[in-house]
Design a protein around this ligand. Structure first.
Ligand code: MEV
Length: 326
């Protein structure tokens, strides 16, 4: 009766460093997580009882935001899970948006804020990059400073992230999914241990931060050669942080000669690479030959959206006003 839908994302520059308050650029992709919500005898997801073990993000959102009649959720997604493409952020945004809508409190910004809290509580240390990108759509830059086109500011444990709209670039990007899961919490923890004990790791994080600002300039001027160079360099810095893998590097080797630049995207360890190219079909073939799952992507202009399918049913559920929960 209500469908909340949120896009996938790819990080062009700055993953991991953004957790430490450095800048990052992310674009939303034309793949989506759709979540249908309707009344039920008891809370459930895809036919199973809602549980923290199986449905961490929906359960967290439900506990944070809902005190009305029991709800059932059905997921339908074109985002491979644990692929580095933000499937958990898209699920968090969709769950949060649906519940906020039922409470008359839905907005892009409130979705971004509450979905970040959901991810933060479920995953541990995280930045708002994935959730803000999914909620807003288009493309975003997250930075420690306020710049033009500020959307909102989010902070946690003393780290401040200013989230800005940037015009979605017209880029031909191919995703190469390794089929190996990328577990964000594990990779973030790995980088944190290295960061805490090594000055070199901290310098590497700083280097990633500086590179992102060059990336923004290249993006604005449409300089594909420069963008590609910076993507390759960003990947090398992520290699120093220990978050690449042989599966990711194999797909980079396949796509590299046909691309301006390639890098892992998201937390790494597994998941996906992105390749910036003017030969998307050839890149897709090369990735497929090396055992990856390729798909050409474009930017989604639509962030989290809500579609009401059955207004009468909805009227039985709506909680007027903010309700008891915060
Ligand atoms: C994951 O998509 C991106 C990371 O930077 C984690 C985060 O920003 O929360 C690795």
């Amino acid at each position: 009766m209500l469908v909340a839908s949120s896009p996938a994302k790819a990080i062009l520059f700055g993953e991991h460093a953004v957790v430490y308050g450095k800048p990052a650029i992310a674009i939303s992709l034309d793949r989506r997580m759709n979540l249908t919500v309707f009344p039920a005898a008891e809370p459930e997801v895809d036919g199973g009882k809602l549980s923290m073990r199986k449905h961490r993000y929906v359960k967290q959102a439900y506990g944070d935001l809902w005190n009305g009649l029991s709800l059932a959720f059905r997921t339908s997604s074109t985002i491979p899970s644990a692929s580095g493409l933000g499937s958990s952020a898209a699920l968090s945004c969709s769950a949060v948006a649906a519940l906020l809508f039922l409470r008359g409190m839905f907005s892009e910004e409130s979705t971004a804020r509450r979905a970040f809290e959901v991810e933060y509580n479920v995953q541990g240390r995280a930045s708002p990059t994935d959730t803000s990108c999914s909620a807003h759509g288009s493309a975003i830059m997250v930075s420690p400073r306020e710049e033009e086109d500020l959307l909102w500011t989010i902070s946690a444990l003393g780290t401040v992230w200013n989230v800005h709209h940037i015009e979605p670039p017209e880029l031909k990007l191919v995703v190469g999914y390794t089929k190996k899961p990328s577990i964000t919490s594990i990779q973030v923890e790995k980088v944190r241990n290295y960061y805490n004990r090594s000055g070199f790791a901290r310098e590497t994080i700083d280097d990633i931060g500086s590179l992102v600002m060059d990336g923004l300039k290249a993006l604005r001027s449409g300089d594909l050669v420069k963008l590609g160079e910076l993507m390759d360099r960003n990947h090398s810095l992520l290699t120093i942080l220990g978050v690449t893998s042989k599966e990711l590097d194999k797909l980079r080797d396949a796509a590299g000669p046909l691309s301006f630049g390639t890098k892992l995207t998201g937390a790494g360890g597994g998941g996906s690479i992105i390749a910036l190219t003017d030969r998307p079909e050839q890149v897709c073939d090369a990735i497929r030959k090396r055992g990856g799952v390729p798909f050409a992507v474009t930017t989604s202009r639509t962030g989290t959206s809500i579609e009401v399918r059955d207004q009468d049913m909805l009227d039985t559920l709506i909680i007027p006003g903010p309700g008891e929960k915060n």
